[in-house]
Design a protein around this ligand. Structure first.
Ligand code: HEC
Length: 127
């Protein structure tokens, strides 16, 4: 009985939970927005970032380093994002993203899954 009750509660809660930002996204919030009303802040809005070339929003003023990487055809995917988030200045010397980096692989994976769950318009999708 208790099991059934818990399962039923989970089913009711899950769709809401799925759209909530993981707490690790708090590390990014000072500089980045994501979602339907997202605008560029200190950093570019992150809608649809997974799968697009680096530095490819035309209404954000990227560093020369980011633009050079874009021009050489580098894309954001799980591998490049992982390397960037671990040590931004190591992956992209000259980047203007003043973020020390993070070491916890599980946190990085959680973040990438979250980023991948928004399309370019900021609509929540299931990747
Ligand atoms: C102190 C501000 C700051 C913080 C904190 C920060 N960023 Fe950034 N981020 C930036 C800036 C500035 C840029 C643009 C970098 C450039 O042009 O070199 C950027 C660029 C990016 C890009 C590339 C976007 C694109 O359009 O190519 C991604 C992805 C990104 N940040 C993810 C994150 C994530 C995820 C976090 C949280 C773990 C985070 N950032 C934390 C400032 C920040």
């Amino acid at each position: 009985m208790r099991f059934l009750l818990v399962s039923a509660l989970c089913l009711m809660v899950m769709p809401v939970v799925a759209q909530e930002a993981p707490s690790v996204f708090n590390k990014c919030l000072a500089c980045h927005a994501i979602g339907e009303d997202a605008v560029n802040k200190v950093g570019p809005r992150l809608n649809g970032v997974v799968g697009r070339p680096l530095g490819s929003l035309d209404d954000y003023n990227y560093s020369q380093a980011m633009l050079a990487a874009r021009d050489s055809g580098v894309e954001w995917n799980r591998q490049t994002l992982t390397r960037f988030l671990k040590l931004p200045k190591h992956f992209l010397p000259g980047t203007s993203m003043a973020f020390a980096g993070m070491t916890d692989r599980a946190e990085i994976d959680t973040l990438i899954d979250y980023l991948a769950s928004f399309d370019a318009n900021g609509t929540h999708i299931t990747p």
